[in-house]
Design a protein around this ligand. Sequence first.
Ligand code: HCA
Ligand code: CU
Length: 378
Amino acid sequence: MPFENFSVIESTLREGEQFSTATFTTAQKLEIVRLLDAFGVEMIEMTSPCASPQSEADIRAVVATNPRARILTHIRCKKEDALVALDTGVHGVDVVIGTSPQLIKHSHGKSIRQIIDTAYEVLSFIRAQAPDIILRFSTEDSFRSRETDLLRVYLAVADMGLVNRLGVADTVGVALPSRVYELVHQLVRLTGLDVEFHGHNDSGCAIANACAALEAGATHIDTTVLGIGERNGITPLGGLVARLYTLNKAYVQKYDLQLLPVLDQLIAEYCGIEIPFNNYITGSSAFIHKAGIHAKAVLADPSTYEALDPADFGLTREIAIGHRLTGWNAVRGRAQSLGLNLSDAVLQDITRQIKERADTKPLTLAEIDALLRAEVTA
Ligand code: HCA
Ligand code: CU
């Protein structure tokens, strides 16, 4: 079953570096790798060594730390890139070339026949140099490519018998989950190779598409911490974890989930951004319950309104009390946690006061506590 057996290719240090405010120092990259490795991602993808001298040195520095995760680098389908990549000592090379009419015209100008020939030249070169390296071939902009072109390229590459994995990329974030399912399913069925899905989030389907890819038999999903990447990024690691956890917690228990908030916070800091309020798991409001009806049920049993248990991520839930939608069960819960023994009638009266005042301005917790304490001393 793919959900039980998938691998994350964590690309914060490749796709993530393409995020507008990301420029990681060597020390920051090492810290990101250390945490991702402790979290338990299976593979970490790094920027091409051809991007800059520091990029090359950083791959070497990361490989030298001997992490448990396999270190991959991402290169254009060019022999000269492959040569530099192999020299860094990486465990795997991800090769990519555009196949959509847009990219054929404006990126490399090659015909489909030439793309296949180039792929053979580069992939056979890598395989000859490094028989044991993990080798992946991916088409950029797969979902805007003509289906016949795409299948011609994938089948030709699969027939070469050189790669471990095929990659499918929703480069501009336009694919629907049903389309992702269809393509991945077709590739799995026709080639029997491992399939990786890389999905951008321009129209909000990156997590759903990753999930559809897994349902169709994909073995690898690309993620970045907080979903950072080109434009508004790709499938976020935390979002994928949330998606799979709610299907079955066992699917993500191989990861150290307590480190997820640490990773999100770290990347937000390195990029000079806030974690979005509505972020999966780590957004500031992810575990705040507000309406009286919700608060009552959550106080009785959190699973009534929580699909994710915050404690699994080292987080805590919060019941918001000082607003006009509050209910007396929430107020009673607060009194109990302060060790105050107040009658139902008193608690209901305080609730009425809170609602009245909150119509003008929400109350702070300190103000609510003062109201409760005043009743005890009254
Ligand atoms: C990009 C390339 C890529 C590559 C994905 C892959 C994409 O446009 O920057 O190698 O599978 O989104 O197509 O990130
Ligand atoms: Cu991408």
